[in-house]
Design a protein around this ligand. Structure first.
Ligand code: GRF
Length: 202
C-alpha cells in the first residue's frame, strides 16, 4: 500500500513541487500525495496543485480566534484522507499539539539551517549574521517545540565570504529539494522510524 501524504504549505511550494515530480519520476517510491493543505488560498503551491489535479484543502487561519481551534478544524478535515505522513513544506503556521498528538511520529518538516542552530524565521540570514562557514538544511520530526524535533537527515553547504542571504538561500534550497525527497522515500518504504525518541534509519 502506498503511503498517503498530506503536504502543508503557505507559499511558493518549491519543495512540494519537487516532491510531486520525484513521485511521478519514481525517485520517491511507495508514496502518493492525497491532499495539499494551505492556510493561504493564493499560495503558489496551491496553484500548482490545482493545475496538476491534486486535491487541495484550504482553511484560513484568520477565521479562527485561536491556534487550537484552527488546528482542530484541520484534523477534522484531514481525517477522511487517512494520512500516513504530513510533510510541512514552507508551512508558515506553528503546528500545535492538536495536530502533533493526532499524528504521532507522522509529521516532518524541512528547515533551512543545520539545527539546532538558527531555529525559527530567517534562518539563512541568521547564519550570515553569525558568520558561520557552513550552513545547510535539516529534515526533522515535528514535536511540541519550534524546530526542536528529532533530526532525520541533514546536508551542508559552504558559506563563502561573498555569499549573501539570496545566494545562500539558493544553495540551501537546492539541497533541501534532494534531502526532503530522500527522507520521504525512507519513510514511505518503512526505513525511517522514531523508536524510544531515537531516529532509526534503514
Ligand atoms: C524552505 O526554505 C523551507 O526550508 C522552509 O520554508 C521554505 C519553503 O520554500 N521551511 P518552498 O515553499 O518549499 O519553496
Amino acid at each position: 500500500m502506498k503511503k498517503r501524504l498530506a503536504i502543508f504549505l503557505s507559499g511558493r511550494g518549491s519543495n512540494f513541487i519537487n516532491i510531486h515530480k520525484q513521485i511521478l519520476s519514481g525517485e520517491i517510491t511507495n508514496a502518493e500525495i492525497v491532499v495539499v493543505f494551505s492556510n493561504n488560498k493564493d499560495a503558489e503551491g496551491i496553484v500548482y496543485a490545482k493545475n496538476n489535479n491534486l486535491p487541495t484543502l484550504i482553511i484560513d487561519h484568520k477565521k479562527f480566534d485561536d491556534r487550537k481551534k484552527f488546528d482542530q478544524a484541520i484534523v477534522d478535515e484531514l481525517s477522511s484522507y487517512k494520512i500516513d505522513l504530513i510533510c510541512l513544506a514552507g508551512y508558515m503556521r506553528i503546528v500545535s499539539e492538536i495536530i502533533i498528538d493526532s499524528y504521532v511520529s507522522k509529521v516532518i518538516n524541512i528547515h533551512p539551517s543545520l539545527l539546532p542552530s538558527f531555529k525559527g524565521m530567517n534562518a539563512q540570514q541568521q547564519a550570515i549574521d553569525y558568520g558561520v562557514r557552513y550552513a545547510g538544511c535539516t529534515v526533522h520530526f515535528v514535536d511540541h517545540g519550534v524546530d526542536t524535533g528529532k533530526i532525520i537527515l541533514q546536508d551542508i553547504v559552504d558559506v563563502n565570504s561573498d555569499d549573501d542571504v539570496i545566494s545562500l538561500s539558493e544553495k540551501i534550497l537546492a539541497r533541501e529539494h534532494m534531502l526532503y525527497c530522500k527522507a520521504i522515500d525512507l519513510f514511505c518504504n518503512e526505513k525511517l522510524l522514531l523508536v524510544n525518541d531515537k531516529v532509526v534509519i534503514g
